[in-house]
Every structure is written in structure tokens, then in C-alpha cells.
Design a binder for this molecule. Structure first.
Ligand SMILES: [Fe+2]
Ligand SMILES: [Fe+2]
Length: 384
């Protein structure tokens, strides 16, 4: 018998963050993304098409995904305001020419990719919330946590200063995905204790900004380049997380439609990851690398030269290396990893928290996020 969840789970303090109306779900970012009027009538049509209620587990999986996508949208928008393409599809900023030029040292199309990644994330949370609500389940609204300062540098949306959800200025990045995807002998699902080497060890030690915090960060040259390089590593670090999250959660979906949603959004995260992992390579190869930020010593090594180089570090190796999968008795296979489903949502919250992405957020914020994660992790695949 399916455990139907028309309403969100029991914790009453959470109700104010969960929403019934599609309107609230679409407000999210604060400017320009309102679907409000069009969507009310759309909602009625969608209900007719889909019908039926979600299981409690399916609703929890999609709700956690929606929360993660709102958080992603928030920081991608910060990147876009400063270093992306400014247009009506992703409005709000006016661009920072110095930062944008440094990002373009990694790839001349960097601003376009930032723009398109931002557009994708906004569409992800907007769709997930609308879908949940079309099925009588609550969506997610994190607007009350939009309290962080963010950048005040030239180019940001002045209206959103002090209204950010995420913090891009004190990041500690685990760059071990670089060697995890190049390793042919280790898979984190089979070797949970194995420590994959870091690509940029310094990024894993201190706290670094991925955006200019204000115009004083725009010089000296090596400082703002190091900030752009930090963004160049933050982007794939985030997107490899989404690349694992969706297939991990999909294994516990009950309805085929929810499974379809998870396995259709998930690979777009992988497309983001693949693109950004290629761009990150430019930050750790000549002519940009090696580079040291004179203000804090953060160093981006040349990963093609000793003591780096070889299959674990070479910068043009951007396809996943085949590795053990499920069991070492079977042949190696080129796969996304990890995809172990147990505790994945809680693991993602811990991963983003230790990255520093939420520094400055309130106790209530972490409680809500961990609550949503625990409910997603409790979802089980149910049979009819
Ligand atoms: Fe996304
Ligand atoms: Fe993403």
C-alpha cells in the first residue's frame, strides 16, 4: 500500500517554508522569474494531465531536489551578475568587466556558459516546485533565508545586496573529484575510506572567495585571476555533486514519472560538470598556471608538470576513466561515481556546508535543510 503524501511531513515549524501555491515557488530569486499569472491556469491543466498523488517518499525526493536547485540558482545568479551574459533571460546584474575578462582567460565562452547554467538551475527548481504542487504536494520556498551580504563589486544587482542565500566568498573546496574520475582502481562506493588526491590542495585548506567581494578585489592582476580560478574550480565541484545526487535519489523513486524527472534533470547536471571540468583545466595548465595569489598565497599548480602529470592529473583527460562498479568481480566500467543511494541527501547538505557555501546562515536554515534531507533519505521504492 502506498504511503500517500498530499501534505508535507509532520514537523509543523516547517510549514511556513513549504508552500502550496505555485506562485510562491516561482518568486524565488526575487526578480524577473515570476510565472505567477500564467502559471495559475497552467496548474489546473497539469493536474488534469498527471492526476494521482505522490507517495510521501517521491514527494520528499523531489522536495529535496527543489531545495538544492534553489540554492544552486542563488549562487549561479551571483556568478551571472558579475561574470555572465546580461539579458532578459537571466536579468539583474550589469557585469564586472575585470572579473569577466579573467574568467574568459579560462575559456572565451565562459560568460555564455555561466548564463546558460544559471538559466538551467532556475528552470529546475521552478519545474520541481510546480510539479510537486500540481500533484497536491508542497513545494519549497527559502525566501526568508535570503539574508547574506554577497558581493558589492561593480556589476551586482544592487537590489539583492544583503539578500543572498549562499556565500561565495569563504569557500573551502574539495577538488578530489578531479582524481576520483581519473582513477581506474578506486570507486568511492567500493572504497569509502580511500582518499582521492586533491587537484588544488590549497583550495581544500583555507577559505577563498570565488567572486570579487568589492572593487578592491579587482587588483592586483594575479589576485583577481586567482578568484576567477577559484570560481573555475567551484563550478565543477558543485556540478559533480548534482551529477551523483540525481542517480542516487532515482534508485528510491516509486512512480515512473518521478523516476523520469530525476533521470532527466540529473544528466543536465552532468553536462554542466563536464563543461566546467574542462574549463577548470585551463586554470591548472600553462599559460595561466602556475599562479600564486600575492595577497594570500593560494597557488594553482601546473597539473601537467612534475610532481603532477600522468593519468591522475593531466588536464585534457576529461572523460571518466573506467573503474570498478558494483563489485570488483565484474569488468571495469566508465560510470558516474558515487551513486550509493544511502544517506545521499544528508551527505549533500554536509558537503555544501563544509564547502562554506552557507557561512552566515541561521540555525533554522540548517534545521530545515537537514529535515528535508532526512525525509528524502527515508524514501524507499514502493511496489504497487
Ligand atoms: Fe540543477
Ligand atoms: Fe547544476
Amino acid at each position: 500500500m502506498k504511503n500517500l503524501a498530499v501534505d508535507p511531513p509532520s514537523v509543523s515549524s516547517r510549514r511556513s517554508f513549504l508552500q502550496k501555491g505555485i506562485a510562491a515557488g516561482a518568486v524565488g530569486i526575487g526578480v524577473g522569474f515570476t510565472l505567477l499569472e500564467e502559471s495559475s491556469s497552467l496548474l489546473a491543466d497539469v493536474s488534469k494531465e498527471t492526476g494521482g498523488s505522490l507517495t510521501k517518499g517521491d514527494a520528499a525526493l523531489l522536495r529535496f531536489a527543489a531545495a538544492a536547485e534553489i540554492l544552486e540558482s542563488d549562487f549561479w545568479l551571483q556568478y551571472n551578475e558579475l561574470g555572465g551574459i546580461q539579458d532578459k533571460e537571466v536579468p539583474g546584474g550589469s557585469g564586472n568587466p575585470v572579473y569577466t575578462a579573467k574568467l574568459k582567460n579560462l575559456d572565451e565562452d565562459f560568460d555564455q556558459y555561466i548564463h546558460d547554467n544559471t538559466d538551467d538551475e532556475i528552470s529546475h527548481f521552478t519545474f520541481l516546485n510546480a510539479y510537486l504542487e500540481s500533484r497536491g504536494a508542497a513545494g519549497v520556498n527559502l525566501d526568508q533565508f535570503r539574508t547574506l551580504q554577497g558581493s558589492t563589486a561593480t556589476g551586482v544587482n544592487q537590489e539583492l545586496i544583503g539578500k543572498r542565500l549562499t556565500n561565495l566568498t569563504q569557500l573551502t573546496l574539495d577538488t578530489s573529484w578531479w582524481t576520483r574520475y581519473r582513477s581506474s582502481n578506486h570507486n568511492p562506493d567500493l572504497d569509502p575510506a580511500f582518499k582521492f588526491p586533491q587537484a588544488v590542495p590549497d583550495l581544500h585548506k583555507g577559505q577563498f572567495t570565488a567572486i570579487p567581494r568589492n572593487d578592491a578585489d579587482l587588483s592586483p592582476d594575479a589576485h583577481i585571476q586567482a578568484i576567477a580560478n577559484t570560481a573555475g574550480f567551484h563550478m565543477p565541484t558543485i556540478e559533480q555533486g548534482g551529477t551523483s545526487l540525481y542517480p542516487s535519489m532515482a534508485q528510491r523513486a516509486t512512480s515512473v514519472e518521478v523516476l523520469r524527472i530525476l533521470i532527466s534533470i540529473g544528466p543536465t547536471e552532468t553536462m554542466h560538470f563536464q563543461t566546467w571540468s574542462d574549463k577548470a583545466g585551463a586554470a591548472v595548465s600553462p599559460p595561466l598556471a602556475p599562479l600564486t595569489d600575492p595577497t594570500n598565497g593560494l597557488t594553482f599548480p601546473d597539473l601537467n608538470s612534475p610532481p603532477f602529470g600522468g593519468e591522475l592529473f593531466q588536464t585534457n583527460l576529461i572523460m571518466p576513466e573506467p573503474c570498478p562498479f558494483l563489485t570488483r568481480k565484474l569488468p571495469k566500467c566508465s560510470i558516474i561515481r558515487p551513486t550509493n543511494t544511502n544517506g545521499v541527501a544528508t551527505g549533500v547538505v554536509k558537503f555544501l556546508t563544509s564547502m562554506g557555501l552557507f557561512i552566515g546562515q541561521s540555525k533554522e536554515f540548517f534545521e530545515l535543510l537537514l529535515d528535508l534531507a532526512a525525509e528524502a533519505d527515508a524514501a524507499t521504492r514502493e511496489c504497487d
